[in-house]
Design a protein around this ligand. Structure first.
Ligand code: SF4
Length: 247
């Protein structure tokens, strides 16, 4: 009788679990006070670096609107960490991981915000990570904003990042045309970014010219034209990922 009760309970929980989001921190009502510059999302061989909370967009699916972070990580920082703090946090976590006998397969430079806003720090971060962990793949996850506005009109700075050791650019695109982009990503500084979607495509081409592996990111919100995504990815010589909306 007791075993049957337990099995029933497990079934109920499992069924509930299927329909619920996978964010343990929110689910358990537990989010630590300590703010995380480095966090794990998909396993202990993959680190993410939270280098900024600033973002010029207001995506309709943004996790920041309803949670403090992924899993049990608290990603809302009081201020953006300086470069010394970022590298120090990475070194400490890398040390713990290597003491456990695990090697870091991938480092993602991202943020609870848009990491390209800290473009001037990116090469130093990449160089440092590559020096410490030469076999690690390094990815920048970005919407590319505001590359063409404030950083450069050409690919030279991107080539410098490539030379520093950045391997992959994950371009969070989410849309197949300007209207859809404005509706889903809602680029905030509209007077500067009226061509947000076409600028994203321009950036995608620039990353390929600079020699990066390119991955396009989409989130499934409402009806999704997966054939259109596939065609665009093929045209840009990129891979793509269509993720479920996790809430
Ligand atoms: S770009 Fe990222 S951080 Fe910024 S609003 Fe969109 S999902 Fe949120």
């Amino acid at each position: 009788m007791k075993a049957a009760f337990q099995n029933n309970l497990l079934n109920i929980l499992n069924n509930q679990w299927q329909g619920m989001d996978m964010n343990f921190g929110r689910l358990q009502g537990y989010v630590p006070m300590e703010k995380n510059i480095v966090y794990f999302r998909r396993g202990n061989d993959e680190l993410s670096l939270n280098i900024t909370n600033a973002c010029p967009n207001a995506c309709v699916f943004c996790i920041r609107d309803y949670d403090l972070g992924w899993g049990v990580s608290n990603l809302y920082m009081d201020r953006d960490p300086d470069i010394k703090e970022i590298l120090g946090a990475f070194d400490q976590e890398a040390q713990w991981i290597s003491e456990e006998g695990t090697s870091i397969k991938r480092v993602k430079i991202c943020g609870y915000g848009e990491p390209i806003l800290r473009f001037n720090d990116l090469a130093s971060i990449v160089t440092h990570v590559k020096k410490k962990c030469p076999k690690t793949t390094i990815q920048l996850t970005t919407t590319r904003w505001p590359y063409f506005r404030f950083i450069s009109q050409d690919t030279a700075p991107l080539r410098e990042l490539k030379a520093a050791g950045l391997d992959i650019i994950y371009l969070s695109l989410h849309a197949l045309d300007e209207e859809q982009y404005k509706r889903l990503v809602r680029p905030g500084i509209t007077t500067y970014d009226t061509n947000a979607f076409s600028d994203s495509l321009r950036f995608a081409r620039a990353t390929r010219e600079a020699g990066f592996q390119l991955k396009l990111g989409f989130i499934r919100v409402g009806a999704v034209d997966e054939l259109g995504i596939k065609a665009l990815a093929a045209e840009l010589d990129a891979e793509y990922e269509l993720r479920e909306f996790e809430k």
